[in-house]
Design a protein around this ligand. Structure first.
Ligand SMILES: [Zn+2]
Length: 396
């Protein structure tokens, strides 16, 4: 039997939330949902202007946070959810974009690709409940015109104006990780992350200037200089004036206790990082900013779902470009999500490339070779080209 849920167009949002329950899920879900304060509006006149701010309560089921189906549908009035009871599959639609999910699976489908989740995305606990991680994926994959933030057991949503699609690019900001008194990771032969990232950043600037002569290419640092994390994204944000679009690319090197671990990864920002390693890496890369309250300020900042989606697309395309060009020189690991402070401050699509492990002899040797630098810059440049192509295709 096909179970279709009508769109929410009723009184928004409290009444609708309380009345619009999963039809066939019985009294339990009624009790569960109605016993919660489902959603309410907090009028705010401060940080984000006089915008409507909606706070949803997440449900705790076996120590994980979930959003109920009724609330999911309230995230945007044009969001529709269909669920097939018999096949235990469903789809979430916003405009032309669709996310497909199966009950109890740690994956979902978007743009004809299967995307993995850390744990089950949707569970049936007397009604459908969507995991916090999956909710963030839905917001970004569907490119909902909202900004969001998870805060303890709540999801805060603010409606945004539809973002003008990034169809043209005006500038690229290259960020060489660390610098000055902050050496970053250290490897064999006294190799310091800050030196490798700087030399790769210079090479990348040259390549991008040649491949994209109409774009402005900026660097956060051109020499061995210490720059605070917050300053890095601020520098880029300053160039981002109305009608002037940019992307931000941060270059880093990784380290690991085991000298065997090697490979490159590309990260984009998410509030629900993949796993423990991603969280540990974020802690390491965010060092030095913990003290001044910067991280604290940023964690209270709402994230724009459309910019997040563009960041994810950029990460995936640069990953493909690099995997192609590096041709096994440094092995591709994964596109991942993490909570990096340097990305969090960015008001434009932003990614962080962990080029390889300084604690692995093979990776380190490659990272210092000119052969690698050539392949690296050409891979990143191709990835940016593919990213622009995909965006202009998708937005039409
Ligand atoms: Zn780093």
């Amino acid at each position: 039997m096909e179970r279709f849920f009508p769109e929410n167009r009723g009184t928004f949002p409290v009444i609708t939330a309380l009345c619009d329950l999963p039809r066939s899920s019985g009294w339990f879900s009624y009790l569960k949902i109605s016993s919660l304060v489902v959603a309410f509006i907090v009028a705010t006149g401060q940080a984000w202007g006089a915008k409507e701010k909606i706070r949803f309560t997440l449900v705790q089921i076996e120590k994980r946070s979930y959003l109920s189906l009724a609330n999911l549908k309230l995230l945007h009035s044009d969001l529709t959810v269909n669920y097939n009871d018999g096949e235990e599959q469903g789809e979430i639609r916003f405009g032309k974009r669709i996310v497909l999910f199966s009950l109890g699976k740690a994956e979902y489908q978007s743009q004809n690709e299967i995307r993995e989740l850390d744990s089950e995305g949707v569970i049936d606990d007397d009604g459908l409940f969507f995991s916090r991680e999956f909710i963030e994926e839905i917001l970004t994959e569907l490119s909902l015109p909202v900004s969001y933030r998870f805060q303890k057991n709540h999801l805060i949503i603010v409606r945004d104006k539809e973002r003008e699609g990034l169809q043209k690019l005006d500038f690229i900001f290259i960020d060489a990780g660390h610098g000055g008194r902050d050496s970053g990771a250290l490897g064999y032969f006294d190799a310091a992350e800050k030196d490798i990232t700087l030399s790769l950043a210079h090479e990348l600037r040259k390549q991008l200037a040649a491949d994209y002569p109409k774009l402005k290419i900026y660097m956060t640092r051109g020499g061995d200089k210490f720059i605070r994390l917050e300053k890095r994204s601020e520098l880029a944000n300053k160039k981002s004036t109305p009608g002037n679009f940019g992307i931000f690319i941060s270059i880093h090197c990784n380290s690991h206790l085991s000298p065997k671990v090697k490979g490159f990864e590309i990260y984009y920002l998410a509030q629900n990082p993949d796993n423990k390693q991603a969280r540990e890496l974020a802690l390491r890369e965010n060092q030095g900013s913990e003290k001044n309250g910067y991280i604290k300020r940023l964690t209270s900042r709402l994230m724009n779902a459309q910019i997040q989606r563009e960041s994810k697309t950029l990460a995936r395309q640069v990953f493909k470009g690099l995997s192609n060009r590096l041709d096994g020189m440094i092995k591709p690991r994964k596109v991942k999500k993490a909570d990096f402070a340097v990305l969090r401050g960015s008001l434009m699509p932003a990614i962080l490339i962990e080029t390889g492990y300084l604690t692995n002899r093979d990776d380190l040797k490659k990272l210092r070779s000119s052969e690698y630098a050539k392949a690296f810059v050409s891979g990143v440049s191709r990835g940016i080209g593919a990213f622009l192509g995909e965006l202009s295709k998708a937005e039409k």
